[in-house]
Design a protein around this ligand. Structure first.
Ligand code: ZN
Length: 452
């Protein structure tokens, strides 16, 4: 692949170990890899060799944003009447019957819609947690959909095995047999997982939650993931009901439940963790267990304020997630960074979280949660996942500190976005699949889901 040079940026926020911010900055990349980062003057000698030179006056350049928790299929059940004011368990019960009608085409359309929304707002790597497979839906549907948008995709094979008749929350027609879950998980790992640097697809093992699968499946899932060398993901301690369920059903708090079943370690990340107590935070810190913080969803469902300040101070690895579009209902990582910062300030005062720390969570924090050392910062040798933010937008104009403004006065969309050196967004438009086609497919699915 030919050399590309981005130059004359107002500032390059590298998010590297020294937290370098380079005024009049430039970045060069080739074959999907960053080959130089510095001032425009320092990189001037790349201009002659470059096949493509991109001017970035008035722009901030950052690493692409990382989304550590999502249920992309939910993009077709935003703002659904009867679920808009419910807390977690009531919300799930309202939505399960609608999700049970999904076909493979609906999951494909919803996945492309959700990833398009993420790409247009600067996200280059997204995880997804698909845990229901009605009417022939497979994880493959989401992976094929992701290829059409161009993001790095961490597809986690979710599952539910304990239906209402066995004391679980989901209806019996949405749960699977545990032997079938494990067999299909092995199939998708063997077919799609790429452990190499620069991987575009990785697979994770992700039983949905302690209230929808058995202890046996949690334990087997951990053994399988470690045998295959893939990561583990689930929901944990999302709200007070969730903790009460754990105490009543298992006789212990969620952290202890996770630890006893093998669900702690650097290869594990848990979504939410709103209700972790001090001992659980210490457990996560010393085991290097990751947390996907989803502040928008936590607010929307009234789940509480996750103790992110305490987690960060203890050394817990924290990234950001938008969570599913049925509980957010938007998918915008800079918006989540802003919300994360504001929530910690509400609880602990204005000094509790700086804008730059929130930006760190959205980039390096997320990359680390997903076990990626090849993305999340702009540094020579890392993959070329790059966001160019034009700050001359109504939402951002007037800012003095452009890096802080990404979180305090965030631009509504990214100008250009590169993943593995390839353009995914140019001038605010998707490159690989036209926006109108994605929306038309999603609307066709929506009409059918509403009618049935
Ligand atoms: Zn979730």
């Amino acid at each position: 692949m030919a050399l590309t040079l981005i130059r004359n940026a107002a500032v390059v926020a590298t998010m590297d170990d020294a937290a370098r911010e380079i005024a009049d900055g430039a970045v060069a990349f080739r074959n999907g890899q960053i080959v130089a980062v510095g001032t425009t003057t320092e990189l001037a000698n790349f201009a002659e060799e470059a096949e493509t030179v991109i001017e970035a006056q008035g722009c901030v350049i950052t690493p692409g944003l990382v989304n550590t928790h999502h249920h992309l299929y939910q993009s077709l059940t935003r703002a659904l009447p009867g679920a808009t004011e419910a807390s977690l368990f009531g919300w799930l019960k309202r939505l399960y019957p609608v999700w049970a009608r999904y076909t493979p085409d609906d999951v494909f359309a919803a996945t492309q819609l959700g990833l398009a929304e993420l790409a247009l707002s600067g996200c280059t790597t997204s995880s997804d947690h698909l845990y229901l497979f009605p009417n022939g839906v497979t994880l493959d549907d989401t992976i094929h959909a992701a290829a059409g948008i161009g993001l790095r995709f961490h597809a986690t094979r979710g599952s539910m095995s304990v239906g209402q008749s066995m004391g679980g929350l989901p209806p019996d027609n949405l749960v699977e047999r545990e032997d079938a879950i494990l067999a299909d998980t092995i199939r998708v790992i063997d077919r799609f997982h790429d452990a190499a640097d620069g991987a575009m697809v990785r697979i994770g093992v992700a039983p949905c939650s302690p209230f929808s699968v058995s202890q046996g499946l949690m334990r087997d899932a951990a053994l399988l993931a470690r045998d295959k060398g893939v990561m583990l993901h689930t929901h944990l301690a999302e709200d007070a009901d969730d903790v009460a369920f754990s105490l009543e059903r298992f006789g212990c708090r969620p952290g202890q439940y996770a630890e006893e079943l093998g669900w702690t370690g650097a290869d594990v990340w848990h979504a939410h963790c709103v209700q972790l107590d001090h001992a659980e935070i210490e457990l996560f810190a010393c085991t290097r267990t990751g947390v996907a913080h989803c502040p928008g969803s936590n607010c929307r469902l009234g789940s509480g304020v996750a103790p992110i300040r305490a987690m960060r101070d203890a050394g817990v690895v924290v990234g950001l997630g938008v969570d599913g579009s049925a509980s957010n209902d938007a998918a915008d990582i800079l918006g989540e960074a802003r919300q994360a910062m504001l929530l910690q300030r509400v609880t602990h005062g204005a000094g509790a979280m700086a804008a730059r720390e929130a930006l760190h969570l959205a980039t390096r924090g997320g990359a680390r949660v997903l076990g990626r050392t090849d993305v999340g910062q702009l540094r020579v040798g890392l993959r070329a996942d790059i966001a160019i933010w034009d700050m001359a937008q109504p939402a951002s104009t007037g800012a003095w500190d452009l890096v802080a403004a990404l979180v305090l006065a965030p631009p509504r969309k990214v100008r250009d976005l590169f993943v593995e050196g390839g353009a995914v967004v140019r001038d605010g438009e998707l490159v690989l699949t036209p926006r109108h086609r994605i929306i038309a497919a999603a609307q066709a699915s929506l009409v059918r889901l509403m009618q049935e």
